[in-house]
Design a protein around this ligand. Structure first.
Ligand SMILES: [Mn+2]
Length: 283
């Protein structure tokens, strides 16, 4: 079995400069220890280093978006390894672009943060904190340039899970849109929650995506992230939950983002990424 995978070597959406190595490090891990079950076909994407950071990220998102649409055709579910979480603007826009407007994408977003800022509300201006606003169709003019589609995810088909750090303005935006949020302290059984969320979305949606920001996991299990937040689900719980949904028909892609090798401890977070991929495949 061959898995199409998009690896994104970019930190353009966040403050750190070390978050673009996950795909290459993961590729090396799989080269070292072949599992015999599947082979990953890597499509490595880099910023083109021309012009401003913003211009580079706008073009990179367009490229991710095209690759995402292409990977979907070649047989889902495909894998996306960031990079910072702004890659979601490319990944999910690419899938939305392949869908008729009457067909819906459901998106499950596992993250410590809401990622629902716009340039007008973000204190930092970091785009990795904004993809949800764009996906919902709430981007301001500047953010819209980074999101290469005019298709959006309906609020009722977006599920945020694991949240425990956010600013009031992004929370207000999601509240206005009636987006479903499960805060980290509300989770008692992640496997059950993820399975029932997938089942629920499969009634209304043609395709379902899962986007993981590694900071959803407790820092003791995933120290190698850009923006660690205390609390959170344990690595074991996440691996088990991902494994429980791996054969669900409508799941079209798994995205894993925000790995920062600089703060990783004994490759714990890198091995977590690999365990998540191993848990999700073979489909
Ligand atoms: Mn995120």
């Amino acid at each position: 079995m061959i898995i199409q995978s998009i690896g994104i070597s970019s930190c353009l959406g966040g403050p750190e400069r070390h978050c673009g190595y996950a795909a290459e490090m993961l590729r090396n891990e799989y080269t070292r220890s072949k599992n015999g079950l599947f082979e990953i076909q890597w499509h490595m994407l880099h910023p083109d280093n021309k012009g401003s950071n913003d211009d580079q990220l706008i073009r990179l998102n367009q490229t991710i978006s095209q690759h995402s649409a292409q990977c979907l055709k070649q047989g889902p579910p495909f894998l996306v390894v960031g990079g910072d979480h702004s890659c979601a603007l490319g990944t999910w826009s690419g899938i939305l672009n392949t869908l008729d407007k009457s067909k819906k994408l459901g998106l499950i977003w596992l993250d410590a943060h809401l990622d629902a800022h716009t340039f007008s509300t973000s204190p930092s201006g970091n785009i990795h904190g904004m993809p949800i606003a764009a996906l919902l169709g709430c981007a301001d003019k500047k953010l819209a340039k980074f999101y290469p589609t005019n298709h959006t995810v309906d609020a009722e088909n977006l599920k945020l899970i694991g949240i425990r750090s956010y600013e009031e303005k992004e929370y207000q935006l999601l509240k206005q849109q009636h987006v479903n949020i499960t805060f980290a302290d509300q989770i008692s059984n992640l496997t059950q929650l993820l399975s029932s969320t997938v089942s629920q979305l499969s009634h209304s949606c043609e395709l379902i995506g899962i986007s993981i920001d590694l900071d959803v996991v407790a820092p003791e299990d995933a120290p190698g992230v850009e923006t660690p937040v205390d609390g959170g689900i344990r690595a074991k719980e996440l691996i088990q939950a991902i494994s429980a949904v791996r054969n669900k028909q409508k799941i079209c892609a798994l995205e894993i983002s925000e790995f920062n090798p600089e703060t990783d401890v004994n490759n714990k977070t890198l091995y977590l990424i690999k365990s998540l991929v191993d848990a999700f495949y073979p489909a």
